[in-house]
Design a protein around this ligand. Structure first.
Ligand code: ZN
Ligand code: ZN
Length: 253
């Protein structure tokens, strides 16, 4: 099976997992047109298409309406997110509502939604269990409470955000209210916070970590390189990051 990171960052977030029978999307924060330029949609033919939405922020749902009309996926999200999308005049009648801290049997795979501290109505992260492969998505969270570490342990792939570097955010051009929002407990994770999280994870049970949702304004790839090499050195983990506006396709699990 494969993971495809089509986009990650404030200009759009979209991932999909592909196995023999299923295409499982996590967020559709890119336009349908962009999606069809990144991948050949014919590869979806004859497969079950699912979409799991983390939260209602535009960078996670931009392409939702067209995606829904064209590909007719089964859509899953939290009740708060469905309400927020309904307020944006989207038809959410056929959405399947998930609750955090439960494990759902979908159709050949399982999913465990968990709460992510973020300034949306009911933000969720997802841990997927496919046969013997686990993949967890946790982008858009201001802080990492201890219960999340349990979800982060034991994964073939773990996708985490590493949004900003403290000093670049504080000294940067953003208005102070936006700086406060980003660094708040319901904002985004800094590089340092992610490094601390990795120090708490049992990395012997992690095959690979991808860092995403990296800010173009408040982060720096040279700084990230240092965190990545420290993580490799101290925690023996295979880790890399995905730049904003870049895609990483066909990551084999
Ligand atoms: Zn968000
Ligand atoms: Zn986001």
């Amino acid at each position: 099976m494969y993971l495809n990171i089509l986009a990650t960052g404030s200009s759009g977030n979209c991932f999909f997992i592909e196995n023999k029978n299923d295409i499982v999307f996590i967020d559709i924060g890119i336009s349908f047109r962009k999606l069809s330029t990144l991948i050949d949609l014919n590869r979806f033919l004859g497969k079950n298409i699912y979409l799991f939405i983390t939260h209602e922020h535009t960078d996670h749902i931009t392409g939702l309406s067209t995606f829904k009309d064209k590909l007719k996926p089964l859509i899953f999200t939290g009740e708060g997110t469905a309400d927020a999308l309904k307020n944006k005049k989207m038809d959410v009648n056929e959405f399947f509502i998930l609750k955090k801290d439960k494990i759902y049997n979908i159709n050949g795979f399982k999913v465990a939604p968990f709460h992510t501290p973020h300034d949306a109505l009911e933000p969720l992260g997802y841990k997927f269990f496919f046969d013997n492969k686990n993949i967890t998505f946790a982008t858009d969270l201001g802080v990492c409470p201890n219960y999340l570490i349990d979800y982060f342990n034991d994964n073939d792939l773990l996708i985490l955000e590493s949004n900003y570097e403290d000093t670049l955010l504080y000294n940067g051009k953003y208005h102070k209210s936006l700086k406060r929002r980003i660094s708040s407990l319901k904002g985004h994770l800094s590089n340092k916070e992610v490094f601390n999280i990795i120090s708490k994870i049992n990395t012997s049970n992690i095959k690979k970590i991808y860092l995403g949702h990296i800010s173009e304004d408040n982060n720096d790839y040279n700084i990230l390189d240092r965190y990545v090499s420290m993580s490799k050195k101290y925690f023996f983990v295979d880790i890399s990051y995905v730049k904003q506006r870049e895609s990483v396709l066909n990551i084999e699990l």
